[in-house]
Design a protein around this ligand. Structure first.
Ligand code: C5P
Length: 238
């Protein structure tokens, strides 16, 4: 497979075309951003950990019959993925209260949700990714009603699978963001990445953060904690 020109550059990933029209080449970078890009940093080899963690999780989800864009890992910080058109809707699933929902609704930090809470955000940097509902999605034609139902259904299935997986390795899956895309043949599938950059993960015993909150809250290097997450997942899945 040949890597061709750059298609897109995100905050922590670069996407390239390949000589196969159905496959893209994803490179995870070491950049760290928070607050919709207001805070920027980087840590050497962070991209490698997110690539390897995403690869393990996407592979595991595939085994559990959750179709997704992952094709294969090709180096420490690169993977091949199915080419999709990403929908401009971010789906956030919350099992415990943390982050923006506490600021928005005044919920007590660490409150357990009585059910997995699904929220939608409009993926738009200029507007700082605002919270939206299904009617906004319809109004702005961001996705069809069928796609919204499917995203919700897949997100809840992913939640059951990942909550259990993380519980097995003594980690609380607090919340996370998923993105979906449409393949060249019109199928909606789970895409983007699933890593400590896009999830809140707490150690079950100490409730210490093992995710990007370390960077958001200036609590030092993320590398030890991201490595810890990788090692625990790898240990569970091998
Ligand atoms: O900021 P907020 O509390 O809404 O984030 C909820 C979850 O979604 C967190 O795990 C966060 O890392 C993730 N997220 C993300 N990318 C965004 C927004 C949120 O990965 N653009």
């Amino acid at each position: 497979m040949k890597k061709l020109e750059e298609l897109y550059r995100g905050k922590a990933k670069k996407v390239y075309y390949t000589d196969d029209k159905d496959i893209l080449w994803l490179e995870y970078t070491d950049a760290l951003t928070a607050g919709d890009g207001d805070k920027v940093g980087s840590e050497q080899d962070k991209g490698k950990l997110n690539n390897k963690i995403s690869a393990l999780l996407f592979d595991y989800l595939k085994e559990q019959n959750v179709d997704n864009h992952f094709v294969k890992q090709i180096s420490d910080n690169e993977m091949l993925v199915k080419k999709v058109e990403i929908l401009p809707v971010e789906v956030v699933i919350r099992n415990y209260a943390a982050g923006s929902i506490c600021r928005r609704l005044g919920l007590e930090q660490k409150m357990e949700m009585p059910f997995p809470l699904v929220e939608f955000f409009y993926k738009n940097d200029d507007l700082k990714d605002p919270l939206i509902n299904k009617e906004h999605i319809k109004l702005m034609n961001l996705a069809t009603e069928q796609q919204v139902e499917k995203m919700e259904e897949i997100s809840l299935k992913v939640n059951e699978i990942l909550k259990q997986l993380f519980d097995d390795i003594n980690v609380v899956l607090v919340d996370y963001k998923l993105e979906f895309g449409v393949t060249n043949d019109g199928k909606l599938i789970l895409s983007d990445e699933i890593s400590p950059d896009t999830c809140r993960l707490w150690d079950k015993e100490t409730l210490e953060s093992l995710d990007k909150d370390i960077f958001r809250q200036d609590k030092g290097s993320v590398m030890d904690k991201y490595t810890e997450i990788y090692d625990r997942i790898k240990g569970r899945l091998n």
